[in-house]
Design a protein around this ligand. Structure first.
Ligand SMILES: *Cc1c(COP(=O)(O)O)cnc(C)c1O
Length: 355
C-alpha cells in the first residue's frame, strides 16, 4: 500500500503525477516513443519546456515583469556558486539561517567579500534573526526562505532598498503566496516541492544580469541559458516533464493561493498536537515555524521505540529528523494529503494513551 510519506526530499508528488509520468515513460503523448528516448529538440519536448516555464512564471505571479524561468542541473547547490558568479563584483550580504545558507556563504566567498548580516547559529538555527539591516553597498542580499533541516521559515522578508534579493526557496517554492517580484533571483531544487531530483528551477529578473566584470563560463552564465530558452545543452528531460505535470496539478488546485490553505491546515494540525501532547516539544521558535517542515522531539527518549513502532504500523515513512537536529521532522510538502498528517497526529495521540 502507498505510505504516508513525510520525507524531506526527494519527496512525495501527487499520485496523478506519478501515474502520468509512468505512462509517459512507456508511451509519451501516444507517439510510440518513451519520454526517455525522444530528442529534446523535438516539437513535443519543446512544448513541454515551454509550458513548464510559463506555468512557473504564472504561478509565481511574475508574468510581464521581466523574469525568465530556467530549468537547470546541478541542484540548488550549484546555484550557491552560480548566483555569486553572476552577481558578486565586490561584496554580498547573506543571512545565515542554517546548513544551506552556510553552504551558500562558503561558495560566495570564492568570488568576493561576504558580509553575514545576521545568523541564528548561536541557538542551532532554531529561529530566524530579525532587526538586521542590509548594507547599502552590497551587490545583492541572499537568504533562504525555508530551512528544511531546522524547520524555520522567513515570514517577513527585509526591505533591501533596491539591492537585488536572491532567495533559495528549495523547500517552500509554490507553497505560499508572496510578492515574488521582490526577488531578483529565486532558485529551488525540484525535489522538495515541484518534481523529481535532477532539475533546479531558477527564476531570474533579466535586468540584473550583465553588470559584472569577470568572465563567466558558458554553462554557469544565466545569460547563456536565457538566450537558449533553457536548452543550451540537453536538459533533464524527464525531470522537467514531471515538474511540468506537478505545476499543472498545482494550477488545477487553485495555484499557490489554493495550496496555501491546505498547507496552513496541515501545519496547524501537527503544531497543535506538538503543543498539546505532553510527550512532545517543538524545536523551532514558535513564530518562525515552517509550514513545510515541522521539527519536534520526544521529551523522554524512553518512548522512542514505541513511537517509531506505532508510526511504522501506521505506514508512516520519513519522519526521522536530520542528523544535525535529531528527533523528528514531518515534511508536509504540497502533495502530502491532509489525511497523512491526521494519521501522524493519531499516532502521537496513541503514544500518549499507551505511555
Ligand atoms: C535540499 C536543499 C538544498 C540542496 O539542494 P540540492 O538540489 O541537493 O543541491 C539547498 N537549499 C535548501 C533550502 C534545501 O532544502
Amino acid at each position: 500500500m502507498k505510505k504516508h510519506n513525510f520525507s524531506a526530499g526527494p519527496c512525495i508528488l501527487p499520485q496523478s503525477v506519478f501515474e502520468q509520468a509512468s505512462q509517459a515513460v512507456l508511451n509519451f503523448n501516444n507517439s510510440g516513443l518513451s519520454i526517455l528516448e525522444i530528442s529534446h529538440r523535438s516539437k513535443d519536448f519543446v512544448a513541454v519546456m515551454d509550458e513548464a516555464q510559463k506555468l512557473a512564471i504564472e504561478l509565481l505571479g511574475l508574468e510581464g515583469k521581466g523574469y525568465k524561468a530556467l530549468f537547470l542541473q546541478g541542484g540548488a547547490s550549484t546555484q550557491f556558486l552560480m548566483a555569486a558568479y553572476n552577481l558578486l563584483e565586490k561584496k554580498a550580504a547573506y543571512l545565515n539561517t542554517g546548513t544551506w545558507s552556510s553552504k551558500a556563504i562558503k561558495e560566495a566567498k570564492l568570488f568576493g567579500e561576504v558580509e553575514e548580516v545576521a545568523s541564528s547559529k548561536d541557538k542551532n538555527f532554531n529561529y530566524i534573526p530579525k532587526n538586521y539591516s542590509v548594507p547599502a553597498d552590497a551587490d545583492y542580499f541572499h537568504c533562504t526562505s525555508n530551512n528544511t533541516i531546522f524547520g524555520t521559515q522567513i515570514k517577513d522578508f527585509p526591505t533591501t532598498g533596491g539591492i537585488p534579493m536572491v532567495c533559495d526557496m528549495s523547500s517552500d517554492i509554490f507553497s505560499r503566496k508572496l510578492d515574488f517580484s521582490k526577488f531578483s533571483i529565486i532558485y529551488a531544487g525540484a525535489q522538495k516541492n515541484m518534481g523529481p531530483a535532477g532539475t533546479t528551477l531558477v527564476v531570474v529578473k533579466e535586468d540584473i544580469l550583465g553588470k559584472i566584470s569577470r568572465e563567466i563560463p558558458s554553462m554557469l552564465d544565466y545569460q547563456t541559458h536565457i538566450g537558449k530558452d533553457s536548452m543550451f545543452n540537453t536538459p533533464p528531460v524527464f525531470a522537467v516533464y514531471t515538474s511540468m505535470l506537478t505545476l499543472r496539478w498545482l494550477k488545477e488546485k487553485g495555484g499557490v493561493e489554493g495550496i496555501q490553505k491546505l498547507n496552513e491546515e496541515k501545519a496547524a494540525l501537527i503544531y497543535n498536537e506538538i503543543d498539546r501532547n505532553p510527550l512532545f516539544e517543538g524545536f523551532a521558535a514558535v513564530e518562525d515555524r515552517s509550514m513545510m517542515n515541522a521539527t519536534f522531539n520526544l521529551k523522554d527518549e524512553k518512548y522512542k521505540d514505541l513511537f517509531e513502532d506505532l508510526a511504522k504500523a501506521a505506514h508512516i515513512n520519513g519522519i526521522n529528523g536530520h542528523r544535525s537536529v535529531g528527533g523528528y521532522r514531518a515534511s508536509m510538502y504540497n502533495a502530502l494529503p491532509l489525511k497523512s498528517v491526521q494519521t501522524l497526529v493519531n499516532v502521537m495521540k496513541e503514544l500518549e494513551t499507551q505511555a
